[in-house]
Write a protein of this length. Structure first.
Length: 304
């Protein structure tokens, strides 16, 4: 299956819209004043049954109870429980993220060859030419060990991340917890306008970590001497900037516990991306370069 740049762009926009809708829908856990709705609250006594719904049963309730048990029962610090479970979940999905990131990076590296093939068949709309172009592109993918599906495996992690989002909102004890002078059940926006420094710093950290979490891919990609920004990347940068502003807005109007979750996730994303690029992507770049060298050598030997 070959996806052109326009199709990929539309897919990303659709996914972004779905993400926004999902986040907006999650606010149903809170009432109009930002307080947790009693029937949505989760604690150790919350029944773990299918009656709560398949999504809650499979993901939200187990994650919530794990946070409560680890943070409140074992460590006597529910905030630390949120941080540790967030780290654990990101470790679990790390193999998927590695495969997806490496595949996406390889796709960028082969763009010059991809464009060469597309230009070769430009204006030739007959079925035979299209089949030949498709065959050459598939051969290009095979030569560089690229799976078309790998770049979309990231979406498999979304249910887990949504469940974590839900869990943090619905853990009852979080709303009675204070950390560094911050009430995790309070909305930062209510305190920022009172010039309470702790909440201002909280939002500043969320903004800073969110910005770098969105920019880290570009920062690491520029380590490659062959890096060049495409129109597709510029479009992605615009969406990333939108997402950064979107997250900051939600961090301001939702309980501070969500800011704790976002900060943890952002820091993990930065470290994870650094690790993937240093130990996996740059290795993949060498593999692509080697594959190209071998291909050119074979062509030269064949032409002799």
């Amino acid at each position: 299956m070959i996806l052109d740049n326009k199709t990929k762009k539309y897919l990303k926009i659709i996914c972004l819209v779905l993400f926004v809708v999902a986040l907006t829908g999650c606010t149903a856990n809170l009432d109009s004043s930002g307080k947790l709705i009693a029937k949505r609250a989760i604690n150790l006594n919350t029944p773990w049954t299918m009656k709560s719904g398949i999504f809650d049963f499979l993901l939200v309730i187990p994650i919530s109870k794990s946070i409560i048990y680890l943070g409140d029962v074992l460590l006597n610090n529910i905030a630390l429980g949120v941080i540790l479970i967030t780290i654990l979940i990101n470790i679990i999905i790390l193999p998927i993220m590695i495969k997806s990131t490496v595949s996406q990076q390889k796709m960028q590296l082969i763009q010059p060859e991809m464009e060469r093939i597309q230009n070769k068949y430009k204006g030739r709309k007959d079925q035979t030419s299209q089949m030949r172009m498709s065959a050459e592109i598939q051969a290009l993918y095979k030569k560089n060990d690229i799976s078309m599906l790998a770049s979309f495996t990231t979406f498999l992690t979304l249910p887990i991340m949504f469940a974590m989002w839900q869990a943090v909102q619905r853990i009852e004890i979080l709303y009675q917890t204070n950390m560094f002078g911050i009430n995790l059940g309070a909305k930062p926006i209510d305190h920022v306008f009172k010039f309470e420094i702790a909440y201002i710093v909280l939002l500043a950290i969320v903004a800073l970590t969110q910005y770098f979490a969105m920019k880290i891919n570009t920062i690491m990609s520029k380590r490659n001497p062959k890096y060049r920004e495409t129109s597709q990347m510029q479009s992605m940068n615009m969406m990333n900037n939108f997402m950064t502003l979107f997250i900051i807005y939600f961090a301001a109007i939702m309980p501070a516990a969500m800011s704790l979750y976002w900060m943890t996730t952002n820091i993990i994303t930065i470290v994870r991306t650094w690790y993937i690029y240093i130990y996996h992507v740059e290795k993949a770049q060498k593999e692509v370069d080697q594959a190209n060298t071998n291909y050119l050598t074979k062509r030269q030997n064949k032409n002799k």
